[in-house]
Design a protein around this ligand. Structure first.
Ligand SMILES: Nc1ncnc2c1ncn2[C@@H]1O[C@H](COP(=O)(O)OP(=O)(O)OP(=O)(O)O)[C@@H](O)[C@H]1O
Length: 245
């Protein structure tokens, strides 16, 4: 059974600006939660609080029943909270396989199992042939796939993803979407920030819309999409009604 990562009354301030201003999220374990909102609404800051990059000024982060507020990204990764970034953060000078194994380095005694798992995941994201190449030889899209596969290697409770589909080729996007859904079927929970609202609506069981640091609407994606406050936050455009954006 996987644990959900929850936010309780999170507030985070930069100078005079409350970038996140009292957000509570209580996802079901093993669910896909989509997080949308206009630029600057606090989505990335919330992810940064959830994986320990920032300590919140107020509120708590819970992994299952455990209060993990203030733990470092490293500690949270070890506890089962993985993260991917808008610009993939892979170690370019080492091989694809070495990248896959970096999250396991501090976990002792199970390395052989992780190598098998890493091979399996590389197979699933079509990077197995690149296993012994330096990550710098991968395209930007392939680096996103590598970062995603690496996030799954330790079998996390939840993966936080920031703009996974931004700027990636449609073929790679399709692989990513398929692998997210497959990992979710196996029990991994996701919280995904994306401006590609139609894609996110199609994948998410629960959608949250932020505006000016607050969660202004949450619920089933089709309901949130039609919420007047959400439409207004997106400058009068029904979200997900047009092109991806
Ligand atoms: N390190 C920081 N220092 C100061 N202000 C920050 C910092 N990080 C974010 N902010 C501010 O906090 C607010 C929320 O930013 P954040 O990046 O979380 O929004 P976002 O919803 O992820 O935006 P986008 O969709 O454009 O990525 C913005 O006004 C931003 O300028």
């Amino acid at each position: 059974m996987r644990s959900a990562l929850a936010a309780e009354g999170i507030r985070k301030r930069f100078g005079g600006l409350w970038a996140v201003d009292g957000v509570t999220l209580r996802p079901e374990p093993s669910s896909i939660v989509g997080l949308i909102g206009p630029n600057g609404s606090g989505k990335t800051t919330l992810l940064n609080v959830l994986n320990g990059v920032y300590k919140p000024d107020e509120g708590r982060v819970l992994l299952g029943d455990v209060d993990v507020t203030g733990r470092s990204p490293h500690q949270l990764a070890a506890a089962g909270v993985s993260r991917t970034f808008q610009t993939p953060r892979v170690f370019k000078s080492v091989t694809v396989m070495e990248n896959m194994l970096t999250p396991t380095l501090h976990l002792h005694g199970r390395r052989a199992g992780f190598v098998d798992r890493a091979n399996q995941l590389l197979e699933l994201v079509n990077l197995i042939d690149k296993r012994d190449q330096a990550a710098s030889e991968l395209s930007g899209g392939q680096q996103k796939l590598l970062e995603f596969a690496r996030a799954l290697v330790t079998d996390p409770h939840v993966v936080l993803m920031d703009e996974p589909f931004a700027g990636v080729h449609p073929t790679i996007k399709e692989v990513l979407q398929g692998r997210i859904l497959a990992a979710n079927e196996e029990g991994t929970g996701f919280i995904i920030v994306s401006h590609e609202v139609p894609d996110l609506i199609a994948m998410s069981e629960w959608l949250v819309c932020m505006d000016q640091g607050s969660a202004i609407s949450e619920g089933l994606p089709t309901d949130v999409q039609q919420d007047d406050q959400v439409v207004t936050a997106y400058l009068g455009q029904p979200v997900g009604a047009g092109d991806d954006q």
